[in-house]
Design a protein around this ligand. Structure first.
Ligand code: ZN
Length: 225
């Protein structure tokens, strides 16, 4: 599938991004990564504007017209009657402002990842090849009150270095070169958390030997990470 971010026509790009954000919302909801009206998704539209999911709506039932257009200062540029951005859009905006090459952000509360976030534990065991190549360790951003600048501030150490973090006692945030990449990173983050949990149930994680980890890190450029 052609990624909307690569389409030059801004009208067509926006139309496809709206559809893709709705599709990702359904996936997050059906995979149990979000409950009720939780979570939020956004995509960069231009250098100055993003498209974001609205607050107070289940992301499993998003429709394209519900999405709101916001500038990088968080001001509403365009929104249908009754829809406004989440106060959590601030952490999305921080990613877009700090990382010009990042075009999508996903926030969710996937249960395994959120369990580790509540425990206050980063996912830093290098256990399987795909995770080492694509993501490496998943750090923990210190707790912040939702809707304040505390969460955006807490992710600052990881911007430009990582594409997935746990938010302490809250959930997870991922970003990527496209909104689909950001969603894939959320899937990988939750899968890593689930594997970590399951391996502990069968007597503990077993990391790859260091020379095997080094080999995999060397393959990142080959796979485009
Ligand atoms: Zn949240």
């Amino acid at each position: 599938m052609t990624q909307p971010h690569s389409i030059a026509d801004p009208v067509e790009r926006e139309r496809l991004l709206r559809l893709q954000i709705c599709d990702i919302g359904r996936n997050l909801f059906n995979k149990d990564f979000i409950a009720a009206n939780d979570g939020n998704i956004s995509a960069r539209l231009s250098e100055t504007e993003i498209l974001a999911s609205p607050t107070g709506v289940s992301k499993g039932y998003l429709e394209p017209h519900m999405l709101v257009k916001v500038n990088l200062d968080g001001e509403i540029v365009e929104a249908a009657d009754g829809y406004r951005p989440s106060t959590e859009v601030k952490m999305h905006l921080r990613v877009y402002r700090e990382c010009p090459d990042m075009n999508g952000v996903v926030h969710a509360h996937p249960p395994y990842a959120t369990a580790f976030a509540i425990k206050g534990e980063a996912l830093d065991k290098m256990m399987m090849p795909e995770s080492v190549i694509a993501m490496g360790d998943i750090p923990l951003a210190v707790y912040g009150t939702p809707s304040t600048e505390e969460i955006p501030d807490s992710i600052m150490p990881f911007l430009g270095k990582k594409t997935a973090v746990l938010l302490e006692s809250h959930g997870a945030l991922t970003w990527g070169k496209s909104v689909m990449d950001a969603y894939m990173n959320m899937e990988r983050l939750e899968y890593t958390a689930k594997l970590t949990f399951l391996t502990r149930m069968i007597d503990g994680e077993r990391e790859l030997p260091q020379h095997r980890i080094d080999e995999l890190v060397g393959l990142r450029a080959f796979y485009g990470f």
